[in-house]
Design a protein around this ligand. Sequence first.
Ligand code: NAP
Length: 248
Amino acid sequence: MHNYVAPKELLKDKVILVTGAGDGIGKEAALSFAKLGATIVLLGRSQEKLDDVYDLIESSGGPQPAIVPLNLESAVEQEYQQLANTIEQEFGRLDGLLLNAAILGSITPIENYPVEEWTKVMQVNVNSQFAITKALLPLLKQAEAGSVIFTTSSVGRKGRAHWGAYGVSKFAVEGLMQTLADELENTCSVRVNCINPGATRTNMRGSAFPAEDPAKVCRPNEMLGLYHFLMGKDSLDIHGQSLDAQPK
Ligand code: NAP
């Protein structure tokens, strides 16, 4: 699945929301989904970055995207409901949801971890993912074959010293995915999975590993095969799994 090569127009006529679409993996995923024909709802906290992605999609001839500036740290339930209403009014459908946005927080022992920062990481990386998924699920259930992709990490599968709230938040994301997948099993056409991107050259990776040579790390546009696979029609029977975007 890492080497999946998406057929041209795999995502034609699909509407896909990507969180954290202004930078890093989310930006490249959004650009590539648009190249495959999808209309992208670009959600992020920096209007300027979202505008740039919007322009890139438009100038490459992709379907006109939409921009949703939303800070996942402070957004409340009403805003997620409003988002669902707007998508329904504007597009009449939602086929895919890529929950990609996250923050790293401190890399420090639990004993020293600032409580306020812990809460912030959990808010962005877990609580907001639950709230947005809850609000968008009714729309996704109306799709012929909806796909929800959560974003995990290797530190969310086996605890690792000093990864603090980030690691624990990814354990929670895996739990959220599994719980939702079990609830949706045999009940509707929405499939739910996790992707672990693996080491990828982004701002987050640079913050986590400042001494690493970035040239030795894969670029975000080089590891998107699994993202395409899970969003498209070739993965209809893949549900409740946590998969790696890069070979080990
Ligand atoms: P990134 O370059 O830091 O990008 C994260 C994106 O999320 C940015 O667009 C950021 O917006 C957005 N974001 C952060 N806080 C937000 C908030 N409060 N509200 C709305 N948007 C917010 O990170 P990345 O490396 O692409 O990571 C993408 C996903 O992959 C994350 O879930 C991460 O945990 C996971 N991951 C990455 C790696 C890796 O090696 N890169 C490895 C394993 C897992 P701004 O641009 O405005 O900051």
